[in-house]
Design a protein around this ligand. Structure first.
Ligand SMILES: *Cc1c(COP(=O)(O)O)cnc(C)c1O
Length: 340
């Protein structure tokens, strides 16, 4: 039995999810005629109190479309140095939108309103790129699943309003943040101009993300998605998985979070673990002591059929998810406990 803790993207659709996909009513979504896609989009539009929602194949494409909608070539996006849009989207911000990123040295992927204010280039100083967008991420991926203080996001919104900047939320992992609490989906919808949410992470769908936004921005979203190659046909077969996941896989995210806490507790007590980062959701990042080789430890776990991620710089990562069963959890806790 392989136990895969590298990411929460490794989940496979459950039989019941497959059933929902097989029985979904379908149509050509490029004509806007797929009833299941429309149902998913309508449901998320209402959930976030946004004007419009658009289904995308990946979170990357949804973020890339958002950047394009907010910016013109040559302009600049403010984001944390850990941002997914900067680190893990293949350089797409510069390729697709011709923009640069002004990286902020934040804390676990999160930045402050003060840092945003300082990072804005004065619009009349024509030597610098024009700042046009601020992009935040919740929960933060590279930041180890950390959750924002909603008040700080609100403060950033005020800065954006004052300087006429767009505000995008990379909410690929927002379901985990919503589970932890602090703010509702409607509150997120009130402060962000665009939000991307992922169905293929914690929610366990095989594919799918949705971009939500206000009407003025979203009027070009269909064309941008087409341009990026994301206009799909009978894609209700995938949207059905999303609808199913919203009904059945949201409440259980607390289970993933609890298991991550268990893993953290065991790691904390291991002699060869130097540090476990605070665990807020389903991501556990830890560092071994300097006399323990990270690669050998990954290989050791692999010889016990446990897969984890090496993030480089001595950091290792475990992510709990839908397919990580209680039996697997018991075995992992035992193996970790006996490993040093
Ligand atoms: C996973 C993820 C994405 C998008 O990933 P895709 O693999 O393209 O769906 C975007 N942002 C964050 C923070 C993520 O964790």
């Amino acid at each position: 039995m392989w136990i895969d803790l590298r990411s929460d993207t490794v989940t496979k659709p459950t039989p019941a999810m497959m059933e929902a996909m097989l029985s979904a009513p379908l149509g050509d979504d490029v004509y806007g005629e797929d009833p299941t896609v429309n149902a998913l989009q309508n449901r998320l539009t209402k959930m976030f109190g946004m004007d419009q929602a658009l289904f995308f194949p990946t979170g990357t494409m949804a973020n890339q479309a958002a950047i394009k909608l907010h910016t013109q070539p040559g302009e600049q996006v403010i984001c944390d140095k850990y941002a997914h849009i900067y680190n893990y989207e293949g350089g797409g911000a510069s390729f697709n939108s011709g923009v640069s990123c002004k990286l902020i040295d934040g804390h676990r992927g999160m930045i402050t309103a003060q840092q945003v204010e300082t990072a804005i280039n004065p619009p009349d100083f024509y030597h610098s790129p024009l700042t046009s967008l601020v992009a935040l991420e919740n929960t933060t991926n590279k930041g180890g699943g950390a959750c924002w203080d909603f008040e700080e996001m609100k403060a950033i919104k005020s800065v954006c309003d004052k300087h006429n900047l767009g505000l995008h939320l990379d909410g690929a992992r927002l379901w985990n943040a919503l589970e932890v609490g602090g703010a509702t989906s409607l509150q997120y919808g009130q402060i962000f101009d665009t939000i991307s949410v992922c169905l293929s992470k914690g929610l366990g769908c095989p594919i799918g993300s949705v971009l939500l936004g206000r009407k003025a921005l979203m009027k070009n979203a269909l064309r941008v998605r087409k341009m990026l190659g994301g206009g799909m046909r009978q894609v209700g077969v995938l949207a059905a998985a999303g609808l199913y996941a919203l009904d059945h896989h949201r409440d259980r995210l607390s289970i993933d979070h609890a298991k991550a806490q268990d893993l953290g507790r065991v790691l904390q007590n291991m002699d060869n673990v130097a540090e476990v980062q605070p665990i807020e959701t389903n991501i556990v990042i830890f560092e071994l002591t300097s006399n323990t080789d990270a690669n050998s430890y990954v290989e050791y776990l692999k010889s016990n059929q446990i897969l984890i991620s090496d993030m480089g710089g001595g950091k290792l990562r475990l992510v709990t998810h839908l397919d990580y069963t209680d039996a697997m959890h018991k075995k992992v806790l035992e193996i970790l406990q006996n490993s040093f």
